[in-house]
Design a protein around this ligand. Structure first.
Ligand SMILES: [Fe+2]
Length: 412
């Protein structure tokens, strides 16, 4: 634990407070991470974090680092399901969105079964897994049987590429969910070389569709080192270490260079969130130095993503939220879809403006991308019957860059 990891808790603001403060959302320009060092007093929580991280250190892997970015769909495993090259018969790229699914229990299988029926009806060509792919601590190796029990078997029949991102449970060592051992995520990257479904060519990557002349581009990011419940000990994964600096520079450049009409950032931890974990910068009301609260992830979202991406798709909280684009987000819409195996306590804990939200049901979403609009369909699932119900639909017209969002939402 070094002094430069100690900063005060970052109080979050309501939308009204944010507007009153006159903060500027989504400035363009250089977007390298802050590296200034801000020494602050040690408190009990900080010491606890150091102790926990010290324990996590005992299981940190060492050695060469894998590549961390890619620019376009690559060939995956032999026989991997192909990326769609054309819209479906409805003129859309339809994408299944799931999150926090990897429990291997009945609820995961029920949601997947319900989603399978919807996927056939909607002719989906792609799927997304928003992290916490393998509970509780991620796989023990690239050949762990958990990949079968918690991913391949439940998702059998959803035979498309799955864009996977890392969750805190995928990168935990001694402490389930801590996110304190990011190197464990490399096993999920390695698994992608043998799976027909699981697509994770690197810890962060982008996928334009169609590749030749993209209508939409997905930017998969690794939020874990900036949101872990313990301080990162491995210098490579520290909040201001080479990995996170490289990822931030990559995302900034990739969003800037993208030729896609629609841009969608996918990552486990949300920017805004009415679930119990709360917003980035104030996760769980609990701060350990530069970690835990997600203060640096908040900075990434605000300076690199907001106003440039149309959607942020996240998990982490086990609920379904379609939040409203606002001045704070620069017109970017935050969506939380983390109820594909677990649910929450039935109530909103925070008050970010929402088009629709649900904190008690299992479910998933289908994102439909056409040139004229994005459509987000939210399905809740009855686990006992394995049946899905279309609970909400939001349509969004016109990409966020350079315009005020024009929205048409209808709730069923
Ligand atoms: Fe999580």
């Amino acid at each position: 634990m070094c002094d430069d990891e100690l900063i005060p808790p970052q109080a979050d603001m309501t939308e009204r407070e944010w507007l009153r403060a006159g903060a500027e959302a989504a400035p363009e320009g250089p977007a390298m991470p802050t590296t200034g060092r801000v020494p602050k007093p040690v408190n009990r929580r900080t010491l606890l974090g150091g102790a926990m991280a010290g324990a996590a250190l005992t299981v940190l892997a060492s050695g060469a680092r894998p590549a961390t970015a890619s620019a376009a769909p690559r060939p995956g495993a032999p026989g991997a399901f192909p990326f769609p090259e054309h819209p479906n018969g409805k003129g859309e790229f339809a994408v299944l969105v799931t999150g926090d699914a990897g429990t291997g229990d009945e609820a995961q299988y029920a949601v997947a079964a319900a989603a399978r029926d919807v996927c056939r009806a909607e002719d989906i060509g792609l799927a997304i897994g928003l992290g916490d792919n393998i509970y509780e601590n991620g796989p023990e190796s690239a050949h762990d049987s958990d990949f079968q029990d918690k991913f391949e078997k439940p998702n059998s029949g959803i035979d498309v590429p799955w864009l996977m991102v890392l969750g805190n449970h995928d990168c935990s060592g001694l402490i389930p969910g801590s996110g304190g051992d990011p190197s464990r995520g490399d096993r999920e990257v390695a698994y992608a070389t043998t799976s027909k479904r699981w697509y994770m060519p690197a810890r962060h990557y982008s996928v334009p569709l169609p590749a030749a002349d993209p209508l939409v581009e997905f930017f998969a990011i690794d939020t874990i080192p900036w949101s872990s419940y313990v301080a990162q000990i491995d210098p490579y994964f520290r909040w201001d270490g080479p990995y996170m600096r490289e990822q931030r520079a990559w995302l900034d450049g990739a969003l800037r260079a993208s030729r896609a009409r629609w841009k969608v950032v996918i990552g486990h931890h949300p920017y805004l969130n009415n679930g119990k974990h709360g917003n980035a910068g104030a996760y769980d009301g609990f701060t350990i130095g530069n970690y835990t609260s997600g203060v640096h992830l908040k900075d990434l979202y605000e300076k690199v993503v907001c106003g440039r991406a149309d959607l942020i798709l996240s998990g982490h909280d086990h609920c379904l939220q379609v939040l409203e684009p606002t001045a704070r987000t620069g017109g970017t819409r935050q969506v939380v879809c983390g109820a594909s195996a677990k649910t929450e306590d039935g109530k909103a804990h925070f008050a970010n403006p929402a088009a629709w939200q649900n904190f008690s049901d299992h479910g998933f979403m289908v994102l439909k991308v056409a040139r004229a609009r994005l459509t987000i369909d939210v399905y809740t699932v009855d686990v006992a019957t394995r049946k899905a119900t279309l609970a909400h639909r939001t349509r969004q017209t016109g990409p966020v860059s350079g315009r005020t969002p024009s929205l048409a939402a209808a709730t069923r």
